[in-house]
Design a protein around this ligand. Structure first.
Ligand code: GLY
Length: 348
């Protein structure tokens, strides 16, 4: 059954209904140290959560690892979770990804509900059934496709977010605009992200998440068109893994940087209009800055790209665009192309 993605205006009511639809004996709520303080406190008195046991994990992508996963499995076991128990993931993409994987593997799989609390998780991570952890220095290396029963998007959480987290999620919205159409792209490029109007942002988020839903419905296991959602991610994941060793950055910042490099490649490989590339790159440079890579980092970045999940054999496979809304999946690029794109990224 397809997961139900609900824009929730009444989280308490919607969560109670979702829980009631998922037959369960016990309820567990997974939070990280941040959402434990900022979000759990706001929902813990909901009647539907009165018997819930919380599992708290460390925050940030650095903790999206095997040790944390083991902690969640152990907590479920100690809390006497059965195959009929329900896990509610309350947090950002790290919590929904890791929690989804823990739920998918504990006793061969228990039901879970995602309640994303960051813009990034609302617009991307919590929707579409990708679950997993980082491993061996690589992002999301181990995981499974498995849908949450429900994803409840309550845009009131946006009020709890700092500027960096808003920008991080916004990068995925920008990606959705690029793969959707000119109108949506223009709306995103002209939005004042420095002083975001949260009402307008919530409205745009609704449209954005429906784009992801449509693509995931068509191709849940990323055999074809879902690869469109990887735009910006071949370079983005490499940048993110590189930054993990130096100065970690939020996922969306890595995606924004990846978009700069990949839109440049799209102009040289698939005739993406230079003007549109420049407008998008200027927006990204203005609001996300850059990454202090040098040409000495190229071999490491190329090596990281060789591990990308989209690749086959030795070829590096990337999603490009022939224009806004004109998706070109399965484009292969050479190491020379990568170096040229990295030169552009550094010097632009
Ligand atoms: N984040 C890309 C996808 O869900 O396919």
């Amino acid at each position: 059954m397809k997961q139900r993605v609900i824009i929730s205006k009444q989280l308490q009511t919607d969560l109670a209904e979702a829980i009631a639809e998922c037959e369960h004996d016990r309820i567990f709520v997974l939070v990280d140290e941040t959402t434990n303080k900022l979000c759990w406190t706001l929902v813990k008195d909901y009647l539907c959560l009165k018997d819930a046991q919380t599992i708290v994990i460390g925050a940030t992508d650095r903790r999206k690892n095997l040790d944390t996963l083991v902690h969640v499995w152990e907590s479920l076991q100690q809390g006497k979770a059965t195959r009929h128990s329900l896990l509610i993931n309350l947090g950002g993409g790290m919590v929904t990804d890791l929690g989804g994987f823990a739920a998918s593997t504990y006793k061969r799989g228990i039901n879970f509900i995602n309640v994303p609390t960051t813009l990034l998780a609302m617009v991307d991570a919590s929707v579409g059934g990708k679950t997993g952890i980082n491993f061996g220095g690589l992002k999301n290396e181990i995981g499974v496709f498995n849908d949450a029963e429900f994803v409840l998007l309550d845009t009131n959480w946006l009020r709890t977010l700092d500027e960096e987290n808003i920008r991080s999620g916004y990068a995925e919205m920008l990606k959705h605009g690029l793969i959707a159409d000119e109108t949506m792209w223009a709306e995103l490029i002209n939005f004042n992200i420095a002083q975001p109007n949260l009402h307008q942002l919530a409205f745009m988020l609704d449209k954005s998440v429906r784009i992801k839903e449509r693509i995931v419905d068509e191709d849940p296991h990323e055999k074809g068109i879902r690869k469109a959602l990887n735009l910006g991610h071949t370079f983005g994941h490499a940048f993110e893994s590189w930054a993990m060793k130096h100065h970690p950055i939020l996922h969306g910042y890595a995606v924004a940087f990846g978009l700069v490099a990949e839109l440049y490649l799209a102009t040289t490989q698939t005739d993406f209009p230079t003007e549109r590339m420049r407008q998008t790159v200027n927006f990204i440079r203005a609001y996300y800055g850059s990454l202090p890579i040098t040409c000495n980092d190229y071999p490491e970045l190329i090596e990281l790209m060789h591990h990308d999940k989209k690749n086959r054999g030795n070829e590096i496979n990337v999603t490009l665009l022939g224009g806004i809304g004109d998706i070109r999946i399965n484009q292969t690029i050479t190491e020379e192309d990568i170096k040229e794109a990295l030169d552009f990224f550094r010097e632009g």
